[in-house]
Design a binder for this molecule. Structure first.
Ligand code: SF4
Length: 426
């Protein structure tokens, strides 16, 4: 297919595809799907080899957000039965992070719900970063605390944060239909504040919220222009009790096409498969490893992922390898730029086919707290006291597979790990 040959050539040269080419990837048929994956896989291997970076989410503060992001289980008025708790203490967050590192994660993503941190919140997170770094040499820490105020990015950087996540989530044109309590421009501003402070920027999107192909291409092109080091791609987890609970729009094939499009537009950037991969890709998850070079290990902020060991087995079975702590995630040309900016993360080059390493956040990084990522938090909501949760973990209900049909049984609220007395999934 001429389209795919062109996109591979451009990806290997780090050349931006046209909007029409990006749209054409989303419009390919199921018959062409494996050709699309093969083509985007060539670009992925050129810059990242067969390495898969693992990231681990720690939800520092859950629920009770004053913002109204429609996709979010932690939003104002959410009826989702998620865990609600106020700030974890530094040693509690460090214990959760250490479990993820032991499972193979090289980046820990510290997320807190809310519009944005107060200066006192930044102090708390700074202490948490210090505790995590004391216990885990060489670990990358990404903060995802929502909209930043002047000087807060510098303080986080000084405290040892390597990266900051804040997602654009959707196109500028549709943003107002998703959230009314802050703007797309607010989000862009926070990403730019993080970059100016020397933090490695992580910013991505959420697909499956009813957007058009043009919206998806718009947000991915906007991200390319913003030039984050990592781009988490979330697929909407339609939580019961949120306005988007009925939005089951994605098929595994659609999700793969979206990931391929992101890879072609952002060829040498860490593309992270974030929240919703189990729910929407299901048994097709291993194919996505040919497109992305980064995933989250274990659970998400408020929902459960598949078992951490299942993630590791999937990576090995598909012929990929977990990226080691001593490897730079980003290709050398990007890692050099990050180093000049004073940013700490990323990674280095070491062996591997012309690729370096680097990395970033949660598929969610922050800014969005869709589930994988983070979003803002803070806000004046009164925190609730954490309640130990000892309910047995429920297995997803098996349902017939029908594209587009609501499959609520696939969404399992997180009831283990941070904020509970139960061991985390790592
Ligand atoms: S995404 Fe972040 S800011 Fe928006 S409702 Fe969720 S926690 Fe609040």
């Amino acid at each position: 297919m001429d389209l795919l040959n062109t996109l591979v050539d451009k990806g290997l040269r780090r050349e931006l595809p046209t909007r029409d080419e990006a749209l054409a990837v989303l419009a390919t048929s199921d018959d062409d799907l494996l050709d699309v994956v093969t083509a985007a896989g060539k670009v992925r291997r050129q810059w990242f080899g067969r390495r898969v970076k693992l990231n681990y989410l720690v939800n520092l503060k859950s629920g009770l957000c004053p913002e109204d992001c429609s996709y979010c289980s932690q939003r104002l008025g959410s009826k989702a039965g998620i865990l609600k708790y106020t700030w974890l203490k530094p040693h509690e967050a460090a214990a959760a992070a250490t479990a993820g590192v032991a499972g193979g994660a090289k980046r820990v993503c510290l997320v807190a719900s809310g519009r944005g941190p107060t200066d006192r919140d930044v102090d708390r997170v700074s202490q948490t970063i210090e505790a995590i770094k004391d216990q885990n040499e060489g670990i990358e820490v990404c903060a995802c605390l929502g909209l930043l105020s002047a000087g807060q990015a510098d303080r986080l950087r000084a405290a040892g944060a390597d990266a900051y996540n804040h997602n654009l989530n959707t196109s500028e044109a549709t943003y107002g239909g998703i959230t009314t309590t802050h703007t797309y421009a607010d989000r862009v501003d926070t990403v730019q504040q993080a970059q100016a402070a020397g933090l490695s920027a992580c910013s991505g999107l959420i697909a499956g919220m009813g957007e058009s192909d043009a919206d998806l291409v718009d947000v991915v092109f906007a991200l390319r222009e913003l030039d984050p080091d990592s781009v988490p791609v979330n697929f909407l987890i339609p939580f019961e009790g949120t306005p988007l609970a009925e939005e089951w729009n994605l098929t595994p094939q659609r999700a793969l096409r979206i990931l391929a499009m992101v890879r072609f537009v952002c060829p040498d950037v860490e593309v992270r498969l974030a929240g919703g991969r189990e729910v929407h890709l299901r048994s097709m998850q291993p194919l996505a490893l040919h497109l992305v070079n980064s995933i989250f290990l274990g659970d998400y902020l408020t929902s459960e992922g598949q078992a951490g060991q299942t993630d590791l087995d999937m990576i090995a079975d598909a012929g990929f390898e977990v990226e080691g702590a001593g490897t730079v995630t980003l290709p050398q040309h990007r890692a050099d730029v990050a180093a000049h900016a004073g940013g700490g993360c990323g990674s280095h080059a070491e062996g591997a086919e012309g690729a370096g390493c680097g990395s970033q956040s949660e598929g969610a990084g922050c800014g969005s707290h869709g589930e994988s990522g983070c979003g803002p938090c803070g806000g004046g909501a009164q925190p609730a006291v954490p309640e130990p949760v000892r309910e047995p973990v429920q297995s997803p209900v098996q349902e017939p597979v029908t594209a587009g049909a609501a499959r609520t049984g696939l969404v399992t609220v997180r009831r283990r790990g941070a904020g509970t007395d139960l061991p985390p999934n790592a």
